[in-house]
Design a binder for this molecule. Structure first.
Ligand code: IVH
Length: 695
């Protein structure tokens, strides 16, 4: 749930004036730019909203002191370049809310204005994060495009006609109307636009929104990157009668769509008609959930009264209409400081830089690290350690560093240093491509990966120590984990220094191949999947083919895999395809036996659902050596589910008898709820068949 940004109260007139100056500078950068590229934003949206709310609160508390030209009183905080084309009807802004409660309060305000409940319903649309324009069609021909400007006068940007998807130069019918909507770069268009700019030696756009307003406003560039348009309204032009008198907002959108203009109805997060504010809230939640997967940025959801008569009755203020409201979603782009760049070596030997940041909350989670691409990209973005950088969450949820706010660079900032040697093995670096690699390639990380895979709780290849592994990797006999499975007696004897040890390794490797899918998955060493998660993946999908067929959504069905991990795990299985094929060809087990997974064990409930077990205190008897994770694993293997707190749904509490008769809080709760308490020994007996299992 979105909450209002935490607003810090302005306590003195001087602080009020200073806040206005900060907001105005930020708004100038946001809306204005230098006519070529929109200037870099010096304030992220969340901070901007907070500052504006604080200014409004001060003005409410001290009405006599409110500045006549306060940014709270002007469209675009009075900072957008006005241009010289008069708008037929002013292009207004939208008021904001930040929570369900505030949305309800807005609905109540609207009801008060109407003197009765809204009868004509609402439309709920994405708030597209681009630049507002008015596109004038005369007799079906797109004649002119004008920016919003200060709401009364905009700039003529007709030079982009023909480059904006969704805004055709010619409509199917001789329609005369002014279409209003948002122009933006989709993510793919933004990447392409930056490629084009790089080819022309121009600085990359700092973000899609700045890029879109820069592209609109720059008239004499030799290149015209494609943008996309969605209409969210229209007004009559030159007495044209395209818009039927009294048409509702939904009817206007439908008419525009039919005429061939792309509207928010045609958007992936499509405009939807709803009856009530509660239904609007539900649609807002749906759009919120869609947001990470949308191929373009949205910064909120707009709720609008649909009926023309009710809009008229609600009226319009100086900056925004009373019949519409923007429900702002948490910012997915924030500014913070770049503290350091760390270099990790990936499975294939690629050196992956990642930024360590001053922690910042983005869209509900605290971000401390963000992805960077490669050294060339770091230089292109001119990133310095110490810089204030913009960080954003992309569709894949992994935070990325977008750009440095060069205007805020401290004097002691230094260019991001690049490694002189492989940060994993200390060896040489191949710099021939943009992505640097360890010269050893996959072999760089292989010894560590094989040592991991050989562990007892993974493939359990006892005797495959570090020295032998290093010898096998150095000789080229093992280039990936699958090669282990095809090593012959001679090679192993050579690496191990004796035929006897070699023979023993051959036998252990044969046994490793026979281990269930969960162990084979574990051996792949996929980031973010330890032993337990490998088990869950195997138990869920049952076959390697099913795992490989899973997309991120299917992967998220596995317990413990959330939206953050799923895409990376899916990508890792895809990347490891050839290795997995080799493992399968060598005879490795690629299925999970039924009794390895949940269901069927002594802790599988009668309804087939896992029974919940809570374990507390010191384990004794056969469970003594398992450790906390080991016991949890055991519970899952037996078809149950481990929980942390005792509730009415708990089947068993496993706890050693209370010392001195004093019950632990969990045991007391169990007693109160009638949950059966087992000693570790009793529990071990119940699960006897699973205790010595090979998993
Ligand atoms: S309606 C009079 N609908 O948000 C109301 N605006 O913060 C006109 N925006 O200037 C605006 N998506 O540039 C409307 N679905 C949408 C929108 C939208 C983005 C922009 C628009 C407006 C700004 C206000």
């Amino acid at each position: 749930m979105t909450t209002s940004p935490a607003v810090q109260a302005l306590t003195t007139p001087a602080r009020y004036t200073a806040a206005i100056a900060r907001v105005r500078a930020a708004a100038r950068a946001y809306y204005g730019g230098d006519g070529d590229v929109a200037a870099e934003s010096v304030m992220d949206d969340a901070t901007y909203d907070r500052e504006l709310l604080a200014i409004a609160a001060y003005e409410e508390a001290h009405p006599g002191e409110a500045a006549a030209d306060s940014p709270t009183r002007q469209v675009a905080a009075g900072a957008a370049p006005a241009g010289d084309v008069a708008h037929t009807v002013p292009m207004l802004s939208l008021d904001n809310v930040f929570s369900a409660e505030q949305l309800v309060a807005w609905g109540e305000g609207l009801r008060r204005r109407l003197g009765r409940p809204v009868e004509g319903g609402f439309t709920v649309e994405p708030k597209l994060d681009g630049a507002a324009i008015a596109a004038r069609y005369r007799d079906g021909r797109l004649e002119r495009i004008v920016t919003r400007g200060d709401g009364r006068f905009g700039e003529d940007v007709s030079h982009v006609i023909g480059t904006v998807e969704g805004l055709p130069e010619q409509l199917g019918a001789p329609v005369t109307v002014e279409v209003r909507g948002e122009v933006l770069f989709t993510r793919a268009q933004f990447e392409r636009a930056n490629e084009i700019r790089a080819e022309h030696g121009a600085k990359v756009f700092s973000n899609p929104r700045n890029g879109a307003s820069g592209t609109l406003r720059a008239k004499d560039r030799p290149y015209r990157p494609a943008m996309t348009f969605w209409a969210y309204g229209a007004v009559d032009l030159d007495g044209g009668s395209f818009l039927p008198a009294g048409a509702s907002h939904s009817e206007v959108l439908t008419a525009l769509s039919r005429a061939g203009v792309r509207t928010t109805r045609d958007n992936p997060a499509a405009a939807r008609f709803v009856r009530t504010v509660e239904e609007a809230q539900a649609r807002i939640e749906e759009i919120r959930a869609m947001r990470p997967g949308l191929p373009f940025g949205i910064d909120g959801v707009v709720v609008k009264a649909d009926a023309a008569a009710e809009r008229r009755a609600a009226g319009t203020g100086s900056r925004f209409p009373h019949w519409a409201i923007a429900y702002k979603l948490p910012a997915v782009e924030r500014t913070t400081r770049l503290l350091e760049v760390e270099w990790n070596v990936g499975r294939t030997g690629v050196l992956a830089p990642r930024a360590r940041l001053e922690p910042v909350e983005i869209d509900g989670s605290v971000v401390e690290y963000a992805t960077l691409h490669n050294p060339a990209d770091i230089r292109r973005r001119d990133l310095h350690v110490g810089d204030t950088v913009t960080v954003y969450k992309a569709g894949d949820i992994i935070p990325r560093v977008r750009s440095a706010v060069v205007g805020l660079r401290p004097a002691d900032a230094v260019e991001v240093p690049f490694p002189g040697e492989c940060p994993n093995c200390g060896g040489g670096i191949d710099r021939s491509q943009e992505r640097w690699r360890c010269v050893k390639g996959a072999a760089c990380r292989l010894p560590a990966l094989i040592a991991y895979a050989a562990q007892r709780d993974c493939l359990d290849i006892d005797g495959l120590g570090a020295t032998y592994v290093n010898a096998l990797v150095a000789s080229g006999a093992v280039t990936d984990i699958a090669d282990l499975y095809t090593l012959d007696l001679e090679t192993l004897s050579r690496a191990a220094g004796s035929a006897k040890r070699g023979a023993s390794l051959v036998a252990r490797i044969e046994a490793a191949k026979a281990r269930p899918l969960s162990r084979q998955v574990c051996a792949l060493g996929i980031r973010n999947t330890g032993r337990r998660l490998s088990q869950r993946i195997a138990a869920h999908f049952r076959t390697m083919d099913a795992i490989r067929a899973a997309d991120a959504e299917a992967m998220r069905e596995v317990e413990g895999i959330g939206a953050e991990k799923a895409p990376g795990i899916v990508a890792a299985f895809a990347e490891l395809g050839p290795v997995i094929d080799k493992m399968a060809a060598a005879g490795a087990t690629m299925t999970e036996p039924a009794d390895e997974s949940a269901g069927g064990g002594p802790l599988a409930g009668e309804d087939g659902r896992p029974m919940k077990v809570v374990v507390t205190g010191k384990m004794t008897g056969p469970l003594a050596d398992l450790g906390r994770t080991g016991v949890k694993d055991l519970i899952e293997r037996a078809g149950g589910k481990a929980g942390d707190s005792v509730t009415a749904a708990t089947a068993y509490l496993v706890a050693a008898p209370a010392a001195g008769g004093r019950l632990s809080a969990k045991a007391a709760k169990a007693e109160q709820l009638g949950v059966k308490v087992l000693t570790p020994e009793e529990f071990a007996e119940l699960l006897a068949g699973h205790l010595d299992g090979s998993v």
